[in-house]
Ligand binder design. Sequence first.
Ligand SMILES: C[S@@+](CC[C@H](N)C(=O)[O-])C[C@H]1O[C@@H](n2cnc3c(N)ncnc32)[C@H](O)[C@@H]1O
Length: 174
Amino acid sequence: MKKANVIDLAHNILLKHIKPHMTIVDATCGNGHDTLFLASRVEHVHAFDIQQEALDNTRSLTKDLDNITYHHTSHEHITKLISNYDGVIFNLGYLPKGDKSITTHHISTVNTLKSLHEKNQGFVLIVAYPGHTEGIIEQVALQSFLDKQDIKYEVIRLPHITKKDAPLIYFYTY
Ligand SMILES: C[S@@+](CC[C@H](N)C(=O)[O-])C[C@H]1O[C@@H](n2cnc3c(N)ncnc32)[C@H](O)[C@@H]1O
């Protein structure tokens, strides 16, 4: 049997919340695996990334689908660019097999969560990786933002992982 990983777990959570008519935003499309997963199941996906390489990889992985809009910009612009969405997902960290110095950053991540909070729409799913230096800063910052807003979120980890720095998933709905 294939060993479950945090992405399988995130996708299983998404399966419980996405419906075919939905528009979902992939805030950090990276190599495109989450965009492909979503676009095969919902009406439309908006895929964001700040790296051209990530958008190229995502376009190539999703070349058979025509329900994706690609945005070469920071996820901080989501609420300015898209008025109606049903959910936003973040897979934080750096592009796998890419430049590890370009990673999501606590300031822009929390700014985006703030703008989504003001918009008050749909669900938010975040996969956070506290196992690297910026990753732990980001995870602490985002959790403290959610706590200050009194957002009722679930935190999910693979059941057999008890390591302190194992990836974790935040999920909440407005
Ligand atoms: C872990 S990867 C995402 C993996 C991807 N979801 C997949 O399925 O392959 C994180 C991505 O976030 C991107 N990123 C970093 N800061 C960003 C920002 N402010 N806005 C959008 N994307 C950002 C990076 O360029 C990187 O490609």
